[in-house]
Design a protein. Structure first.
Lengths: 165, 82
């Protein structure tokens, strides 16, 4: 009995190590995009990733054929949403850190953008994961893309007077 | 630009410069994950223990109090001397 448990533990450790070796790089990149930190100094992203992977490790025996990468990504997204909620009081306030392009977006916009475009999660799944309507996810994603591709110049956009024809 | 082009542009923007993975990540994850797993196991054990204790307490109380037995009547006086 004890021998079987030990061999099972060893197999589990081997499998999990292989999983981490394969997935950690991509997940860390996603986490760094989420927190909008620079790539060399990302303590929040590392902490987020460590907790998400630890959760995956703890529930490794109960995956029952589910994709562990999917699970880890889900944990990452949920934990980020929760921490953003606690940290900024509300989900929508942007972070003042102008050196990163992504820092111009709100945490929610970053989360949806990273899930949809970097991770390639379908709109419906993103909506189900975050508890939002699909149309809302679509709108937020479109707005985030517009902000990234056409960054607002200056503090306030000037209104263009249209001459009556 | 149409939608696929815009999506591709944003994707390219997101995919540049992946951060280096810290070497002690795996050990840290296993340490935390093991702790989490032990905590879950302890919580599950505690839950079963509480459930078992509640069941035993209920059986003992029921066998003492016998709530299914009709209580003796208190309104009719006992029939004596006839």
């Amino acid at each position: 009995m004890r021998e079987r448990q030990a061999s099972q533990g060893a197999r589990r450790a081997r499998e999990f190590e292989a999983f981490v070796a394969g997935a950690a790089g991509r997940l860390l990149h996603a986490a760094t995009l989420l927190t909008a930190e620079p790539r060399d100094a990302n303590p929040r992203a590392r902490r987020l990733l460590t907790l998400a992977l630890a959760h995956t490790y703890a529930s490794w025996d109960r995956l029952r054929g589910e994709d562990p990468y999917d699970r880890a990504r889900q944990q990452l997204a949920v934990r980020f949403a929760r921490s953003a909620w606690h940290q900024y009081g509300s989900f929508g306030r942007p972070r003042p850190s102008p050196d990163n392009v992504l820092a111009r977006l709100t945490p929610q916009e970053r989360l949806i953008l990273v899930l949809r475009l970097y991770e390639g999660v379908a709109e419906e799944q993103t909506a189900a994961l975050l508890g939002l309507p699909t149309e809302r996810v679509h709108t937020i994603c479109a707005r985030a893309m517009a902000t990234l591709l056409h960054p607002p110049r200056g503090p306030a956009p000037t209104r263009v007077e249209v001459a009556p024809s | 630009m149409n939608l696929p082009e815009r999506e591709a542009a944003v994707r390219r923007m997101l995919e540049q410069a992946p951060p280096p993975v810290p070497p002690d990540l795996y050990a840290d994850v296993v340490r935390r994950g093991g702790r989490m797993l032990r905590r879950w196991t302890a919580a599950r054990r505690l839950m079963w223990l509480v459930l078992f204790a509640a069941a035993v307490a209920f059986i003992v109380w029921a066998s003492i109090a016998r709530p299914w037995v009709e209580p003796p009547s208190e309104t009719t006086p006992p029939l004596t001397g006839w």
